[in-house]
Structures are given as C-alpha cells and as structure tokens.
Write a protein that binds this ligand. Structure first.
Ligand SMILES: C[S@@+](CC[C@H](N)C(=O)[O-])C[C@H]1O[C@@H](n2cnc3c(N)ncnc32)[C@H](O)[C@@H]1O
Length: 287
C-alpha cells in the first residue's frame, strides 16, 4: 500500500495527490448521499489525516476500498464518523474568555427579561455546564434557556448525564478560578469513584438536541451564540455559510463567541460585529 505523499517531490507526486483528492472527494460524496452527513466543506488536511487513519485501522489497501466498506458496513461507517468528530473540550476553556463574558456581557444580560443562549458544537457539555455555573453565580440562570447542540448523538448523551472524569477537576478548578468563579468549584459536583456528577439543578434549563451546522437551519433567535473550536475544522466557504446561519439566528445587539483560533475578521459579515472586551473572540452584532 502506498503511503500518502510517499512520492512527494518526485515525478508523479502531483498525479498521486490528484488521485488521492479524487478518492477523498468520492468518499465524502458517497457518505453524503448515503447517510446525509456532509463533510465536503471540512478542512481538507484534517479530513485527509482522518481518512488515512481509518484506512490503516481497517487494514484496507486504499481510500476507494474504505469507500466501499463504509457504504456496506454500518459499523465501519460509524467508526469513520467517530474519527471525523473531534470532541476535545474543557470546562471554562480559555478562562479569559469566560472572564470577559462575565465582565462585559453579563451586565447587559441583566437588563433582559429572558435570555436564550445557543451552544453550537457543545461536545460532551463541559462548556455548557460552565455557562450554567456562571449564570447561576450571576443570578441569571432562572431566566435563561440554554440550547446545547452537536452533530454527534454520542457526545450529547454524555453531556446530558453531566458526569465528567474526576481526574480533570484540578484543571477545571483552576480554569474556573481564573474565569472569575465566585465559590468553591467543588460545591457544584459530587465525586463518585473516578467521576464527578454535576448538580442536576444546573441542567434544568438546558435543552440538548442534535443539530448539524452544515445541513440544518436556524433553530431560534438568540441573545448569545457560542460556537467555539468548531469552525476551525471547516474550510473558508463553509465558515462563511455557518457564520451566515449565526448572523440570521442572532438578535440585534446579540453576542457571539468563537474559539481563540477563530475570528469574524476577514469574513463577509465582519462589519456587522464589534469586538467586546480586549483580545477575546467575543463580538456584538451591531447591524
Ligand atoms: C472540538 S469540539 C468543541 C467543543 C466546545 N465548543 C469547546 O470549545 O470546548 C467540536 C465539536 O463540534 C462538533 N461538530 C463538528 N461538526 C459539526 C457540525 N457540522 N454540526 C454541529 N456540530 C459539529 C463535534 O462533534 C465536536 O463535538
């Protein structure tokens, strides 16, 4: 079996790269037509890496062989979709972002009669429970409704359970404190063996639902949308499409938060938002 880029820099390398691209495009096209999951606008280098990982893991000779297998073997299809889903997350990830939210957005949310928040691409829920804790400490939780969505039903099931590894609590406690946390972080959970269970009162205003940012439409009009560390896996055209969905889903003067490697700058909607606070990927819709 030829490895990707084995002949890079030698005569024929361009042909191999072209052939590889054709095989990957056919695989993604087949996936889309077969099961409706559309990965055609994801960043090519990341998809390519994951496709080759699956080819090797299944001991297959080529990407075309993987295409045949995923179309006829539901278990293999599930494994490939799991490879495409990158679920890395943390509670109070990038604490400065949550501190900026607490200092700059919370005072304005206090003036609203009710608050609708959308966490798009919420993974296993750490970001959502972080927001729930922050809103509770600021006295805003009771009037908030949090919609937490992801493409992947398995991570949503984990998120609903509100259980996280005990071993992560040291990092999460430090993040919480740096994010301006007001209590002892351990007040929010009970430890049970190797995991912790967050207090059920934190999830009473959270709705978890499957939603695909690529193929599904808007689900409501929101005051706040957080979509952090998701669009980094999309190509430019898909980023534009999803930012347009968020623009249409955000009320005037609403807030949008992105991951620290993502930006509204240089997009077709850049002049519709103003940065909130210094140095954070937090913006307010101004037109
Ligand atoms: C790296 S995690 C980010 C989790 C969290 N927002 C954070 O910043 O810690 C990316 C999440 O985006 C989800 N995702 C990827 N493509 C998606 C899509 N088309 N629609 C909705 N969610 C998607 C993945 O399943 C994954 O759970």
């Amino acid at each position: 079996m030829r490895e990707p880029n084995e002949k890079f820099g030698q005569p024929g390398a361009e042909i191999d790269e072209e052939l590889e691209r054709i095989e990957i495009e056919l695989l993604l096209q087949g996936l889309y037509r077969w099961c409706g999951y559309d990965y055609r606008g994801y960043a090519y280098s990341s998809i390519r890496r994951r496709v080759w990982h699956r080819v090797h893991a299944e001991s297959l000779p080529s990407i075309s062989a993987l295409q045949a297998k995923v179309l006829h073997d539901a278990a293999c299809l599930g494994r490939l979709l799991a490879d495409f889903s990158i679920n890395v997350t943390e509670m109070f990830r990038d604490p400065a972002f949550f501190l900026c939210f607490r200092e700059n957005v919370v005072p304005l949310l206090r003036t609203y009669p009710s608050i609708r928040i959308w966490h798009a691409g919420c993974s296993t829920g750490e970001e959502v429970y972080s927001m729930a804790i922050l809103l509770q400490e600021e006295g805003l939780y009771d009037k908030a409704r949090i919609y937490a969505t992801d493409i992947n039903p398995d991570v949503l099931s984990a998120a609903k359970a509100g259980e996280f590894p005990l071993g992560s609590m040291r990092t999460y406690t430090s993040n919480y404190q740096r994010a301006g946390g007001k209590n002892a972080f351990s007040d929010y959970y009970l430890a049970a063996h190797d995991k912790v269970i967050f207090h059920p009162s934190l999830s009473r205003n959270i709705v978890f639902a499957q939603h695909n940012l690529v193929t599904d439409g808007s689900i409501n009009e929101f005051h706040v949308i957080l979509c952090r560390n998701v669009m980094i896996y999309f190509n430019k055209a898909l980023q534009e499409k999803v930012l347009e969905l968020f623009y249409q889903s955000l009320g005037m003067l609403g807030f949008i938060g992105l991951g620290d490697k993502e930006t509204i700058a240089y997009t077709s909607r850049s002049d519709c938002y103003a940065a909130v606070g210094p140095d954070q990927r937090l913006y307010r819709k101004i037109k």
